[in-house]
Design a binder for this molecule. Structure first.
Ligand code: NAD
Ligand code: MG
Length: 393
């Protein structure tokens, strides 16, 4: 078997570490080109040494000295900053994991795709913000994007060998997050700590809070449209507290193909790593007799206003996804920093979307990198304004 050149963007995070766990089990099959991280320099350097990476990059220039020191004598090249991330994405590779959190993952992903590199895409923010641009870039170079979100990997697997035109609908499931059983009136007082714990999945802090607010599922509704091209009417969300069925694809003959498995991201990562093959993965096997029951129910729109916003974004099209993602990222920063309440995150995003709608103009501009960078920037400024208004109201 030929050795595969791989890079991992966001290597120090939850998805990055799970990816490294899989790589390490068969390290002889891989030639690690670049690993990137943020402020956890010790982790980045240790993994870069252990995997004998050519290059390690921290996103933050002020940490370069520390990284160089941690790598001294290892032969691993150290670099820092946004431009170094792009250089790392330009290094020839066969497979790249895109697992940076937030819009910062977009530019490295675009670079990788331009070179025709297969992109295992966990960074959902880039797809929500710039889906058509990513797909067009991949189409031009012939690069492949493989979904690394449990629901989208599930849909992708359920579609193998099927005619997409025979699909009636797609259902993605949601655990309901940390507050699924809370009384509605308590939600406004949810603390950061309470929002940062997930009933079923062990993930980074931002996506965990997004799961409690359902902004994560809202983004996944948009992801479903971008990856597979289904219309908003074909995409449904169901609350499924056990997180064992990740998605269902319904066909025109009435059949549903459900994808099940333990809630462990190493399944979706491993599927993308070995695709189109299936190889043994170190994930727990389902014991359905022990599980006993699987529950499903429709999400309550009052509890999860983020979901309605996602459908509005899909129907409006244009650069609304860019605005939605930027406003959501800022609102999440605002909640984490204690500037706004948990329930105000959805209010911020809704108001930012409304203001862009009212202004018209550049929200309907073509999706170029320049246009979306500008819109992303404006949406963040607008979000900050609205948060200031909300705080002083
Ligand atoms: P995390 O917070 O654990 O890790 C994020 C990684 O991004 C870290 O390596 C960090 O150093 C890096 N990073 C942070 N800010 C950066 C910046 N400005 N520039 C460059 N790098 C930066 O996050 P995670 O849970 O691993 O999630 C990563 C991505 O995968 C997110 O887009 C998330 O939505 C998606 N995802 C995660 C899961 C999960 O189970 N954790 C599941 C599905 C999708
Ligand atoms: Mg998911």
């Amino acid at each position: 078997m030929a050795v595969r050149r791989i890079s991992i963007f966001g290597a120090t995070g939850s998805i990055g570490q799970s990816t490294i766990d899989l790589i390490r089990r068969n390290i002889e099959e891989y030639d690690v080109v670049a690993l990137t991280g943020g402020r956890n320099i010790a982790r980045l350097a240790e993994d870069a040494r252990a995997l004998r990476a050519d290059m390690a990059v921290t996103a933050f220039p002020e940490r370069l000295g520390e990284l160089k020191e941690a790598l001294s004598g290892s032969g691993v090249e150290a670099a820092a900053g946004e431009s170094a991330l792009l250089l790392a994405a330009d290094r020839p590779a066969d497979w790249i994991m895109s697992a940076i959190v937030g819009a910062a993952g977009l530019a490295p992903g675009l670079h990788a795709l331009r070179h025709g590199t297969t992109l295992a895409l966990a960074n959902k923010e880039s797809l929500v913000s710039a889906g058509p641009l990513l797909l067009e870039t991949a189409r031009k170079s012939g690069a492949r994007i493989l979904p690394v979100d449990s629901e989208h990997s599930a849909v992708f697997q359920a579609l193998v060998g099927e005619d997409p035109a025979a699909v009636e609908k797609v259902i993605i499931t949601a655990s309901g997050g940390a507050f699924r059983d809370w009384p509605l009136e308590k939600l406004a007082h949810a603390t950061l700590e309470q929002a940062s714990s997930h009933p079923n999945w062990d993930m980074g802090q931002r996506i965990t809070i997004d799961s409690a607010s359902m902004f994560n599922k809202a983004m996944e509704v948009i992801e479903t449209k971008e990856y597979f091209g289904f219309s908003p009417d074909q995409i449904e969300v169901l609350i499924h507290p056990q997180s064992l069925v990740h998605a269902l694809v319904g066909f025109r003959d009435g059949a549903f193909m459900a994808h099940m498995g333990a809630p462990d991201m190493r399944h979706a990562i491993g599927y993308a790593l070995h695709w189109p093959d299936r190889r043994e993965l170190p994930v727990a096997r389902l014991d359905l007799a022990r599980v006993g029951n699987l529950e499903f129910k429709a999400p309550d729109q009052a509890r999860y206003p983020a979901l309605g916003l996602a459908y509005a974004v899909l129907r409006a099209g244009g650069l609304n996804g860019t605005v939605f993602n930027a406003a959501k990222e800022r609102a999440l920063d605002g909640f984490i920093d204690g500037r706004i309440k948990f329930t105000q995150m959805a209010q911020v995003v809704e108001q930012v979307l409304d203001r862009f709608q009212q202004q018209g103009g550049h929200i309907n501009a073509a999706m170029t990198l320049d246009n979306l960078t500008q819109i992303d920037h404006l949406a963040r400024i607008q979000s900050d304004r609205i948060m200031t208004e909300l705080a002083s109201a």
